[in-house]
Design a protein around this ligand. Sequence first.
Ligand SMILES: NC(=O)c1ccc[n+]([C@@H]2O[C@H](COP(=O)([O-])OP(=O)(O)OC[C@H]3O[C@@H](n4cnc5c(N)ncnc54)[C@H](OP(=O)(O)O)[C@@H]3O)[C@@H](O)[C@H]2O)c1
Length: 234
Amino acid sequence: MSSREMRKVCIVGASGKLGTYMIRHALERGYEVVGVCREQSVGKLDEFAGRITVVPGRTNDPDVIKQAVAGCDGVLVVLVPWGVHDYASGTAQAVLDHAEPGARLVFSCGWHITRDGKDQYSRTFRATVAAISALARLARLVDVRDQVRACDRIFASDTLWTVVRGSDLEEGESQGLPVWSRHVGDPVLASNITRRIDFALFMVEALVNDELIREAPAIVGCRTESALAHAAAR
Ligand SMILES: NC(=O)c1ccc[n+]([C@@H]2O[C@H](COP(=O)([O-])OP(=O)(O)OC[C@H]3O[C@@H](n4cnc5c(N)ncnc54)[C@H](OP(=O)(O)O)[C@@H]3O)[C@@H](O)[C@H]2O)c1
């Protein structure tokens, strides 16, 4: 699937739920792992002590990212738009600016991000995103538009990027590699649910899947009703 050898990977946003699942998948593949997380969250990575290198700091700090991604063949990024100070776009820009030339860059976001405007969202989905975005912005907690700006920068870049767009997420044991489609609204995605552990699996597998370079796959669990119906129809 890939001509690239993956030896060392950086996980930006390593201390969250998705981040820790990605660490486990990366270690299982024998990769050397460098994790970036905020200073106050370093303790959340204690279970990996001695097995990964942790670079503490804010993920939108170019100096922190420059240090963390040095020598990495791949970079996995949890792209959350915390606060109203361009956290997501700052994080994306730091990774785009400082990753090694030729490194695989894999970013995470939700279905609401669109690359070419051809995604078909249900009225309920649109209303939910609009309501959550407005409330979060009012509370100055999250600025979804910042994640949109971050992804626009990635789409415009000439790096080897993939933007993985996750459906609604749930916890639970792995069901296997999620299936994907280019556009939300495609029938295979209708179930709109993915196990978080499998979202992480898709991110880590994307590092060595050249078919996903400069793609923005929207994913769904491979054991969901819509994915199984799609597989049966084929
Ligand atoms: N429906 C959904 O929820 C959905 C769907 C698809 C995709 N996604 C994507 O999934 C990813 C998040 O996944 P997750 O499950 O890992 O969430 P999570 O466990 O809540 O982690 C989110 C990340 O945000 C950081 N964070 C939390 N509060 C922060 C703050 N005030 N300032 C800066 N950073 C802060 C966390 O770091 P600390 O450990 O330092 O707190 C962690 O790295 C995002 O990329 C999101 O776009 C979500």
